[in-house]
Design a protein around this ligand. Structure first.
Ligand SMILES: Cc1cc2nc3c(=O)[nH]c(=O)nc-3n(C[C@H](O)[C@H](O)[C@H](O)COP(=O)(O)O)c2cc1C
Ligand code: SF4
Length: 367
C-alpha cells in the first residue's frame, strides 16, 4: 500500500494513515471558549474527508493565555458535555482527535483575554502586540499546573492525545528563546534553564494522563528572528523530550515576527517553495527516537510521499490545504493526485476574526 495511506502510531494511538490535520484556530467557539455546533460540524467534515488525525485548534489552559476570538478554552470543567460531543462526532466519523494546549503568554491580547499579557520577561518584542508583565515563580507554577489539569480533562472528555504547543512564539517558545527570555533565575540563561518550563509542563501533563496516553509536541526548530531560538538549542530540547518519552514531535519554525520565514508562509506556488520546514524536521529526526511529523507548505502528493519514503519522516501535517479541501486525503486516495487547491494567500484568517469562523475565502471568490 502507498506509504501515505499506511497505518502508523503515535505512542499508543493507532492511526489509519500518515496524514494529520495540523492545529488550526477555527475561531468558532463562544467568547468564553465553549465549542459550538458549527465547530463540531467542521470537525465532522474533516474527519469524513479521510485525515488520520485531527489536532484541534490551539486551546487556552488559562484565561490570560487567550490570543484570538473564537478560540477554544479548557481552563475549567464547564464545557464537559460540548467537548464530549466533539470527540464523539470525530470518532463516529472514523477519525482520531488530539487537543493542542497552549498559553499564548506575551502574544495574548488583553482585548480577548481581559488582562495584561504575561511572559518570561517584561520586554517589548516585535512578536508581541503589547508589553507583557514578567511572570514570577509562583505564577509559572500555576500555569504548569493548568496545563496538567487541562490535559486530564481532555483525556476524560475522550480526546485521543495531547499536543503541547511549543512553537510559533507562544509561551513555551518564549521561554526557549533567548530574545524573549532574559531571566536570571532558574528559568533563564542556559538552554537547560530555558527548557525548564517546557519540561515542567511535559512532566505535569504526563503525571496527570499517565505513561500510556499519547503526549506530543509542536516544537519550533528555529524562530528566524534576531536572537531568537536557534536550531542547536531546539535540538537540545527535542533530545531531552525524546529521552523523557514524548510520543512524537511535529516540527515547525518561525514566529509572527519572522516575515518571509513565518510559520504560515504565503505564495507557495512552485514545488521548490513546498515543504519549507523539511530540512529542520530531518535535523530533529536525526537526534530523537520518537516519530517526527513535518508541517509547512505540503501541497503536492509526490512531495508529501517523498518526505516519508525518501527522507524517512513518519507523518505529514497540513493546515490550509484542508481549510480549502477537507476531503483532500480521500481525493488522493481515490487516485486524483492533483496538488492541493490552496493558493496560500492566508485570506482564511479574516473571517476567523470577523465572521465567526475561518473558511476558504479564495474558493468562495471563484464560485
Ligand atoms: C487559520 C490558521 C490558523 C492556525 N492556527 C494554528 C493553531 O491553532 N496552532 C498551531 O500550532 N498552528 C496554527 N496554524 C499554523 C498551521 O498549523 C501550520 O503550521 C501552518 O499553516 C503551515 O502549514 P500549511 O502550509 O499546511 O498551512 C494556523 C494556520 C492557519 C492558516
Ligand atoms: S483562503 Fe483558501 S486558498 Fe487562501 S490560504 Fe486559506 S485555504 Fe488556502
Amino acid at each position: 500500500m502507498n506509504t501515505l495511506f499506511k497505518t502508523g502510531s503515535i505512542g499508543s494511538m493507532k492511526l489509519k494513515n500518515r496524514l494529520v490535520r495540523s492545529a488550526t484556530w477555527e475561531g468558532m467557539c463562544d467568547s468564553d471558549g465553549r465549542p459550538t455546533a458549527k465547530l463540531i460540524q467542521y470537525y465532522t467534515d474533516l474527519a469524513k474527508g479521510g485525515i488520520g488525525l485531527i489536532i484541534s485548534g490551539y486551546t487556552y489552559v488559562r484565561l490570560e493565555g487567550k490570543q484570538n476570538p473564537g478560540k477554544m478554552g479548557l481552563y475549567s470543567d464547564k464545557f464537559e458535555s460540548e467537548f464530549k460531543t466533539v470527540t464523539k462526532a470525530v470518532h463516529d466519523a472514523g477519525c482520531k482527535i488530539a487537543i493542542q494546549l497552549v498559553h499564548a503568554g506575551g502574544q495574548a491580547k488583553a482585548k480577548f483575554s481581559g488582562s495584561t499579557p504575561v511572559a518570561p520577561s517584561d520586554i517589548e518584542a516585535a512578536q508581541y502586540s503589547e508589553k507583557p508583565l514578567q511572570l514570577n515563580e509562583s505564577q509559572i507554577h500555576d500555569i504548569v499546573q493548568a496545563f496538567g489539569k487541562a490535559a486530564l480533562r481532555a483525556k476524560q472528555y475522550g480526546f485521543d492525545g495531547i499536543q503541547i504547543h511549543g512553537a510559533h512564539g507562544y509561551l513555551i517558545n518564549q521561554f526557549l528563546s533567548p530574545l524573549t527570555n532574559q531571566r536570571t533565575d532558574q528559568y533563564g540563561g542556559s538552554i537547560e534553564n530555558r527548557c525548564r518550563f517546557l519540561i515542567e509542563v511535559y512532566d505535569a501533563i504526563r503525571q496527570m494522563v499517565g505513561k500510556d496516553f499519547p503526549v506530543f509536541i509542536k516544537l519550533n526548530a528555529a524562530d528566524y528572528v534576531d536572537q531568537g531560538l536557534e536550531l542547536e538549542d531546539a535540538l537540545f530540547a527535542a533530545k531531552m523530550l525524546s529521552q523523557k518519552g514524548i510520543d512524537a514531535i511535529e516540527v515547525s519554525a518561525g514566529t509572527g515576527a519572522s516575515k518571509k520565514k513565518s510559520p504560515i508562509r504565503i505564495k507557495i506556488d512552485q514545488p521548490e517553495k513546498e515543504a519549507y520546514n523539511l530540512k529542520v524536521a530531518l535535523a530533529v529526526k536525526n537526534v530523537v527516537s520518537c516519530p517526527v511529523i513535518s508541517v509547512g507548505g505540503f501541497r503536492s502528493y509526490n512531495i508529501s510521499l517523498q518526505a516519508l519514503e525518501k527522507h524517512g519522516l513518519d507523518f505529514i501535517s497540513f493546515s490550509r490545504p484542508l481549510i480549502r479541501e477537507p476531503d483532500l486525503p480521500l481525493r488522493w486516495k481515490r487516485g486524483d493526485l492533483k496538488p492541493a487547491a490552496c493558493i496560500s494567500c492566508n485570506a482564511c484568517f479574516k473571517p476567523g476574526y470577523f465572521k465567526g469562523g475561518i473558511y476558504c475565502v479564495a474558493k468562495e471568490k471563484v464560485k
